[in-house]
Design a protein around this ligand. Structure first.
Ligand code: PMP
Length: 424
């Protein structure tokens, strides 16, 4: 067998599972990853926002090992374990709002989305759903129906679940953009669907795959009012923007209003597969006994990892360091914008930082974002892109990256910008 892993991958794995890089991981720790050829990279992708506490945090690894020594699996619905209950209690306490809450665990983000919708439908006894342009909620059929980004997710894999309506996500935080987004909801309720038939509105407080678009607070407040008025369940999908990424444990804490249901995954469990649906008790109890769960939902090792993650947040100043890094990178990008005309808006919230690349005519320039990403990778920095046009580089570095490593990452980014723009 050859050591050409890129060719072996192409021959053995369907192309639909696109690999962002030809780097094959061998080991990783903190903000660094070493590949199978011994090359070390600084990782500003964090497994798409999963590694807010870094790769292989020793307390996470320790918790997983300790759990593995006790038991690997019982299926929580067959034989429960205390750690499942205590993690639910912790999240109920931490989630915004002092109303009574309950939490159910699943394995992946998309499962949390599916179950949030199921719970909202059972509670309201309504069927329709509203989601937003530019949104991403996962790759199952229902989540794809909710997702507001065609390429690559929705191409050629329909038909999609029905009774789902897309409203306009605000383009920016101007009054005009908020008014346009609210007008699109009005239009929806006039021409498409009676709000009395809508079970839930699902929104990412800061869109991830769609381009690190932060919802304007005025819009979130208006959406909350609308949901309350019409008896619609407000679902905040915090799978990417939650767990401290924006500077608060829950992104909704920025908006002064509460969701009825929140979906969490990714950084919840430090690199092990766990997702959660946290919501108002009366809504969460709408599904009859046996209607929620799955074989691996709330698997013991992932639950143990999530407890360790929360312990780390409580004792290691992770969110505070994330806020310092956010200020550093935002200042760096503001300076870079003066120098490189291809840099457009600097987006996102807290350490959910995105930088837009534009052509001289101001059009989205996905090719330039790709070039910067490739130049950075060649110099040892892993970056991700996002946005409907793929023209945004997004930063999802571990929030506890130390200052020296972070500066090294920014120096590489600087060199990558120079190289990518040479001759432009
Ligand atoms: N919702 C959001 C906001 C996401 O960012 C993602 C993953 N990128 C998902 C849902 C789906 O999560 P998963 O890939 O774990 O199914």
């Amino acid at each position: 067998m050859s050591n050409d892993w890129t060719s072996r991958r192409a021959a053995a794995v369907p192309r639909g599972v696109a690999f962002g890089t030809n780097i094959f991981a061998a080991s990783a720790r903190g903000s660094h990853l070493t590949d199978n050829e011994g090359r070390t990279y600084i990782d500003f992708a964090g497994g798409i926002g999963v590694l807010n506490v870094g790769h292989n945090h020793p307390r996470v690894v320790g918790a997983v090992k300790a759990q593995a020594d006790r038991f690997l699996h019982t299926c929580a619905q067959v034989i429960p374990y205390e750690s499942y209950v205590t993690l639910a209690e912790r999240l109920n306490r931490l989630a915004p709002g002092d109303h009574a809450k309950k939490t159910a665990f699943f394995s992946t983000g998309v499962e949390a989305v599916e179950n949030a919708v199921k719970i909202a439908r059972a509670y309201t006894r309504r069927r329709a759903l509203v989601s937003f342009t530019g949104s991403f909620h996962g790759r199952t059929n229902l989540a794809l129906a909710l997702t507001g980004k065609v390429k690559p997710y929705r191409v050629g894999v329909g038909p999609f679940a029905g009774d789902i309506y897309k409203a306009l996500f605000p383009e920016d935080d101007s009054e005009a953009a908020v008014a346009a987004a609210l007008a699109s909801l009005d239009r929806l309720f006039k021409y498409e669907i009676d709000p009395a038939e809508v079970a839930a509105v699902i929104i990412e407080p800061v869109q991830g795959e769609g381009g690190f678009n932060a919802a304007p607070p005025a819009f979130m407040r208006a959406l909350r009012d609308l949901c309350t008025r019409e008896g619609i369940v407000f679902i905040a999908d915090e799978i990417q923007c939650g767990m401290g990424r924006t500077g608060k444990l829950f992104a909704m804490e920025h908006f002064g209003v509460h969701a009825d249901i929140t979906t969490l995954a990714k950084s919840l469990a430090g690199g092990t597969p766990l997702s959660a649906v946290v919501g108002r008790s009366e809504i969460m109890d709408a599904v009859i006994p046996g209607g929620l769960g799955s074989t691996y939902a709330g698997a013991p090792m992932a639950i143990a990892a999530a407890h360790a993650v929360l312990d780390i947040y409580e004792s290691e100043g992770v969110i505070g360091q994330g806020e310092r890094l956010s200020a550093t990178i935002r200042a760096f990008l503001a300076e870079a914008k003066k120098k490189f005309s291809c840099i457009g808006r600097i987006k996102g919230l807290g350490s959910m930082v995105g930088v837009e690349f534009v052509s001289p005519a101001g059009e989205p320039d996905g090719a330039m974002a790709g070039k910067v990403q490739a130049e950075a990778r060649a110099r040892g920095l892993i970056l991700l892109t996002c946005g409907v046009h793929g023209n945004i580089i997004r930063f999802l570095y571990p929030l506890n990256t130390d200052d020296a490593t972070f500066q090294e990452g920014l120096s590489i980014l600087s060199a990558a910008l120079e190289a990518a723009t040479q001759g432009n």
